[in-house]
Design a protein around this ligand. Sequence first.
Ligand code: CP
Length: 340
Amino acid sequence: MQPWPHKHIHTLANFSIEDYTSVFELAKRFDALKDAGTKKIPALQGTLVTSLFFEASTRTRNSFELAAKRLSADVQTFSPNSSSLAKGETIIDTAITYSAMGADILVVRHPSSYITYEIAKNLDALNSKTSVLNAGDGLHSHPSQGLLDLYTLIKFFSPKLLNPKVLNSKKILIIGDINHSRVARSNLWALSAFGADTILCGPPTLIPDKFLNFLKSPSPNQVEDPIKFRGSITISRSLEESIKIADAIIVLRLQKERMMHNLLSSIDSYSDNYGLTTEKLSLNSKDVPVLHPGPINRGVEISNRIVDEYPNCLINNQVSNGIPIRMALLYLLNKFKSEI
Ligand code: CP
C-alpha cells in the first residue's frame, strides 16, 4: 500500500487517485473480513478516537464510533450540552484539551465551514500528534460521505471487481440544494476525480451558475489539483430532462430552514418541480441507482415509494458502506502517525 500522505483529512479536493485507491482497497478488505464473520480486528488497539460533534448527527457519528470500535480503538464521545463549552470554553481549547488527554484522532463536526483547518493549525502549532478528521463542516466538506457515496456507486456498477474506472463518463445527477450542501461539494470532488460527469439540477436560488467553476476553486492551502483530468459539471433546471440521461441519481435533503431566506416560494412547489417520484423516475429507461445521504424528508425531495419499494434505492447500502470507509480513514490516519 502507498504511504498515506495526510495527517488531517479536511476535504477530498486534495485527494489523489492513490489516496482514493488506498481507502477503497482497505474498505474492500474490511468488507471481506466482515463477510467472513470477522467484525472486529485489533488494528487500532491502544488508539484513542474522540468524536467532537457540535452539530446533530445520526449516521456519521455512530458510524465513526462503530468503525473505531471494529478496529478495537478506545472511543471517547464529547457531548456539547454537558461540556465546558457551556462555561465559555472555546472550540479550539476544547480540541486542545482532548488532544492533551491523548486523543490520536479527533473526528469533528461543526456548523462553521473550515473550522477543522483552524483546529488542526492550533494543534500543529503545539506539536500535537493528534489528527483531525472532518465529519462535516458547515457548507464546505463532508469527506467520508463523499467517499462512501463513491464506494456505493462503484459497488453498484462494478460489483465483482469494484473498479472505480467504471464511473468514467457516467452521468451522475445530483438534485437539490447544492449551494448549502457539504455533501454535494464532496461528491463533486470525488465523482470528477474518476471522470464522472455531474449534472446539478434545481432552481437557481439553490444552484447558482458559479457551480460551473466549482472544480477550479482549490481548498485553503492547496496549490495544485492532484487530479489531472476531472469529469465535467453542468447545470440543468429541468428534472425530467436530466432524469432521461442519468446513469445514477443522488437526491439531497431540502433544508427547510432555507425557506426563511426566501430561496423557495413553497415546499410544495419545490416538490412538484424537483421531488423525485417513481413517475418521474420512469422517464429513465434504465433501473438507475438512487442515493440520498440522509436524513431524508419523505414526500418532499423523495417519495415514500422510492425509499420503500424501489429496488435500486441504495440509501441503506450507503449507511452500511459508511462503516468500512470510515474504518479505512481511521486506519490510514493511524498509519500516518506510526510512519512518522
Ligand atoms: N449524512 C449525514 O451526514 O447524516 P448525519 O447528519 O445523520 O450524520
